[in-house]
Design a protein around this ligand. Structure first.
Ligand code: F0G
Length: 462
């Protein structure tokens, strides 16, 4: 390619390349996923990661203030001035002793990366800002996505802020947490409730966006995953450029895990880190496609030749059995992850493992994140539940440095939180028991008291 930045098919046997200006969500030649690739010899990558510290003093420049674009040198697919921003990526890495103890780790060994602090309340803004930037570059005026709620909230927010693009979102009816639905509606997105689940909405949005020429921002969009690399850059930044031992992340459509793998692979290739952390991808039990393929069928990236027959047979059987994803962690209620192959590649690059956790484990872990930190939505807590499981199995050692990615804000899904904590039997039965959650071990029940000072004082003093 004459341009040092290009799109490239991830299948080594194809490897077809396309220009940055092309709007593609799959390789036109073979149908596989695409990467954004950089010819670093012709670009100017940083010589060391502390290179980025000079940007800390440039917070009056919106792009340098952005937690995504201050790492522009590692995702330079367009010039810095052309990058959209609404101030995404102002997130925090918190050392949590309480969660470390819960997971059976040493007191200072576990970190929580709060991506819920993004403007729309989830990690999606990291990727959406990159996709929207690319959409503007190619002159798109309409952008669409299928979503379990956070991608749609993010797209809707960016469109409401930049005004030059219209958001069209596809959601499974009844499959989205209220906090997220309210965002899409409030930000003015055209919201289509499809009779079906996320996997149906994803299939339809691909067809419709192709038919109508609408820019697609789901994580099949390679530019989105470029933005999500910066979550890892900020983790390293917060650790003063030291590499942790483990990154633990919930797995749904598998965009995050894919982009984290790419981030570390690129950093290692550029000589900016000397080792790659291990990656743990955590499925919910009721949405465990990756777990089953990886651990039960032994599926691997295999240097770019995964066993595609095994994958096809797995999905065929799923269709025949009419099996649908089901978990309280609605954000990861996905059975047909679009980034499956990229995730397999990431697992190979990062010596990864895959685990699955029950809704009970997810909600108990979520209660810990709430009691010891800023809180998170159910899907996010799969990371802490997964770290605990891997610790119990002896895969993670107590002293290893573990970073759990908390992908979404606590307020995204108040229904699950209230059903867990309120002590309201009916809510518990309807929302949780129906999904196999037997008890709310860490419930913090509200106390009913009379409208009377003495009564209130007695209640407070126990
Ligand atoms: N956590 C949260 C809070 C999410 O919203 C999602 C995905 C994930 C984890 C899974 O991340 O897809 O990169 O493996 N939500 C998508 C959506 C599917 O539509 O908002 P992944």
């Amino acid at each position: 390619m004459s341009d040092p930045v290009f799109q490239k098919c991830i299948a080594p046997e194809c490897g077809a390349c396309y220009g940055v200006e092309e709007v593609l969500v799959a390789c036109p030649k073979c149908g596989n996923l695409l990467d954004v690739q950089y010819d670093w010899d012709r670009l100017a990558p940083p010589a060391a990661l502390n290179h980025f510290e000079k940007y800390w003093a440039q917070r009056d420049n919106p792009q340098r203030r952005s937690g995504v674009w201050r790492f522009h040198d590692l995702l330079p697919f367009t010039s810095l001035e052309k990058c959209a921003t609404v101030g995404e990526g102002q997130t925090i890495l918190q050392n949590s002793t309480g969660c470390a103890r819960y997971a059976g780790m040493n007191d200072n060994a576990l970190f929580l990366q709060y991506e819920g602090m993004n403007p729309s309340g989830s990690f999606k803004d990291n990727g959406m800002v990159a996709a929207v930037t690319h959409a503007r570059l190619v002159g798109a005026h309409r952008a669409a996505c299928a979503s379990t709620g956070n991608t749609s909230a993010s797209l809707a927010l960016y469109c409401s802020c930049i005004q030059s693009m219209k958001a069209i979102i596809f959601i499974g009816s009844g499959k989205i947490a209220y906090g997220k639905l309210s965002q899409a509606l409030d930000y003015g997105a055209q919201t289509l409730q499809i009779h079906g689940d996320f996997d149906d909405a994803m299939a339809r949005v691909k067809e419709v966006s192709k038919k109508l020429g609408i820019y697609l921002v789901n994580s099949v969009n390679p530019f989105r995953l470029e933005g999500q690399k910066t979550i890892m850059f900020r983790v390293l930044e917060a650790l003063r450029w030291n590499v942790p031992d483990w990154i633990v992340v919930p797995g749904g459509n598998l965009g995050n895990s894919s982009s984290f793998g790419k981030a570390f692979h690129e950093l290692k290739t550029l000589g900016l880190i000397d080792r790659i952390p291990r990656l743990a991808v955590i499925n919910a039990e009721g949405a465990d496609t990756l777990y089953r393929l990886y651990n039960e069928k032994g599926l691997r990236w295999n240097g770019g030749t995964p066993d595609r027959e095994t994958i096809a047979a797995f999905f065929e059987q799923m269709s025949q059995e009419n099996r649908h994803a089901s978990t309280i962690a609605s954000a990861i209620e996905i059975n047909r992850p679009v980034n499956l192959e990229k995730c397999l590649r990431a697992l190979e690059w990062c010596d990864g493992v895959v685990r699955r956790v029950s809704d009970q484990q997810i909600l108990d872990a979520k209660a810990q994140v709430g009691a010891c930190g800023f809180g998170c939505e159910p899907a996010s807590a799969a990371s802490l539940a997964g770290a605990k499981l891997l610790r119990e199995e002896g895969i993670i050692a107590p002293s290893e440095k573990v970073v759990c990615i908390l992908t979404g804000h606590q307020l995204k899904d108040p229904t699950a939180t209230v059903a867990y904590h309120s002590g309201d039997e009916q809510k518990f039965q309807e929302t949780l028991a129906s999904r196999g959650v037997m008890e709310a071990k860490f419930a913090n029940n509200p106390l009913p008291v009379e409208n009377d000072v003495e009564d209130i004082v007695r209640a407070i003093q126990g």
